[in-house]
Write a protein of this length. Structure first.
Length: 499
């Protein structure tokens, strides 16, 4: 059986806690790997390695950092298929989807390669007589990232490349459900020339998480995951004096107006709801259809959903793979099996789906629930699986109010041909990311990703300008150099004057 250990100080470090977690192949249900679960002492070793490395990395030149990142980007590009294969083996998503994940992570590495312009300071000269004021941004020190199972390569790459480009050192705690991609990313970084200790990977469960949240040498924590855990991360780390960005869960809505291209809207709904088997925080899980076109739209979604090919992620014909664990698969199924009793029309029920030859895999088919009520479990909870809810509204205003009543505010979309309606929506909807005829509005790397309300805890979104600001802190320097001909000024007890 394969064993995944920690990566500390530029080398593999065997787990010493005696605790191990199972990693399964979701397509077969078989345990293929065991992963070391770190003790608090092992987390401390990783933080200590990062702290030691920061003594030199924190004062390294921008040219040195970016040259390493350029080499790293080239290695990641050369190993796209290898990274994607690890994702498929442990997460289950199809290879094409895994490749897309790697590509979106590479965007942030590319952003980090060009970090020099974003770390430029500002200078104001002669603000008073021979007085200049400048502002600069400096690194924080040791920072940590805690990342989810659904994007085991992309989300770590949303964090550590920017952090280390800004001069910090990094401790990554990836999901213990699919740990191998994180180790491979760290190995490639070492091959690119990243000094030992700048990037460390410790695997673990709540013990490791709490050790990072309370460690006195960790200056900041980045997190992506569910809302309850994001709230816990934010509260605990903040109470321990750390800067925190904690991205939580979502219930993303797609509003479809009567003038929309319904074929395009149906295509988008299927892609956004069922891609990655619905295991993504930017999935569309609720379509809000204006009543006059709702029946037609539901029919079009059903026709498309019935044609999706489900199978092992390494099968080229598969369009959707299994869910990450059997327990998660069973939980997702309960939302479908209980939907009718809570008033929904079950248009498609995927709970009985299996794949020939892979009967022990974590399979579930596509489910479509129509006429869902806002007080039902399927609507209120973040299902994180291939279940699409359709709700109906009579007007734009009613649909908008329904969306804004949700406690989540991650992403949303509107499908319409009316520019005025789209403009109103993007200004009036209470969400951090908005798509206009774009179902999954994940921003490109140089814009920041993040939601509102219960989808984000902390002030900063991730990557883009917010990411750079999160991993740095500002300093303002006021300077006066007397002219050689200037005499002694003398004592002045008054408030400094700029005029």
């Amino acid at each position: 059986m394969k064993t995944v250990n920690h990566w500390i100080g530029g080398k593999t470090v065997e787990g010493a806690s005696g605790n191990w977690g199972p990693v399964t192949d979701p397509a077969t249900g078989a345990v293929t790997t065991q992963v070391a679960l770190a003790s608090a002492e092992e987390v401390d070793a990783a933080v200590s390695a990062a702290k030691e490395a920061y003594a030199t990395w924190g004062t390294s030149s921008l040219a040195q950092r970016t040259s390493i990142l350029f080499r790293y980007r080239a290695l990641l590009d050369a190993h796209r298929d290898d990274i994607a294969a690890l994702i498929t083996a442990e997460h289950g998503k199809v290879h094409s989807d895994a490749l897309g994940e790697v590509a979106r992570g590479l965007e942030i590495v590319e952003l980090a390669c060009g970090i020099t312009t974003q770390l430029k300071g500002e200078l104001s000269t002669q603000v008073s007589n021979r007085v200049d004021v400048s502002s600069i941004r400096q690194s924080l020190g040791v920072v940590a990232g805690i990342t989810p199972f659904n994007f085991p390569a992309m989300v770590p790459m949303w964090m550590f490349p920017l952090a280390i480009a800004c001069g910090n050192t990094f401790v990554l705690k990836p999901s213990e459900k699919d740990p191998s991609p994180a180790n491979f990313l760290a190995e490639l970084a070492a091959e690119a020339g990243l000094p030992d200790g700048v990037l460390n990977v410790v695997h673990g469960d709540k013990v490791a998480v709490d050790a990072l949240l309370t460690h006195p040498d960790v200056a900041a924590v980045s997190f992506v995951g569910s809302t309850p855990i994001a709230r816990y991360i934010h509260a605990t780390a903040s109470a321990n004096g750390k800067r925190v960005q904690a991205l939580g869960g979502a219930k993303n809505h797609m509003l479809v107006l009567p003038d929309a291209d319904l074929d395009a809207a149906a295509d988008a709904a299927v892609s956004a709801a069922y891609g990655s088997a619905g295991e993504r925080c930017m999935a569309i899980s609720a379509v809000v259809a204006i009543s006059s076109i709702a029946d037609e739209l539901v029919d079009k979604i059903r026709e498309r959903a019935e044609k999706i090919k489900i199978g092992p992620g390494n099968d080229p014909v598969s369009e959707m793979g299994p869910l990450i664990t059997k327990a998660h698969r069973d939980k997702v199924a309960t939302y479908v099996t209980g939907a009718a009793a809570q008033g929904a029309d079950v248009v498609l029920d995927g709970t009985g789906y299996t794949v020939d030859g892979f009967e022990d895999g974590h399979w579930i088919g596509l489910s479509l629930l129509d006429k869902v009520s806002t007080d039902s479990d399927a609507y209120r909870d973040e299902i994180f699986g291939p279940v699409l809810c359709v709700l109906r509204a009579d007007t734009y205003e009613e649909g908008l109010a329904l969306i804004n009543a949700s406690p989540y505010g991650n992403g949303t979309a509107i499908f319409t041909r009316d520019g005025g309606a789209a403009r109103r929506f993007q200004l009036e909807v209470e969400a951090g990311m908005v798509g206009v005829n774009v179902p999954i509005p994940v921003p490109v790397g140089y814009h920041s990703f993040g939601g509102w309300k219960d989808s984000l805890f902390g002030d900063h979104h991730i990557y883009g300008n917010d990411g750079v600001h999160f991993y740095t802190r500002g300093k303002v320097v006021t300077t006066r150099w007397p002219d050689p001909s200037e005499g002694h000024i003398g004592v002045d007890l008054g408030f400094p004057r700029n005029h």
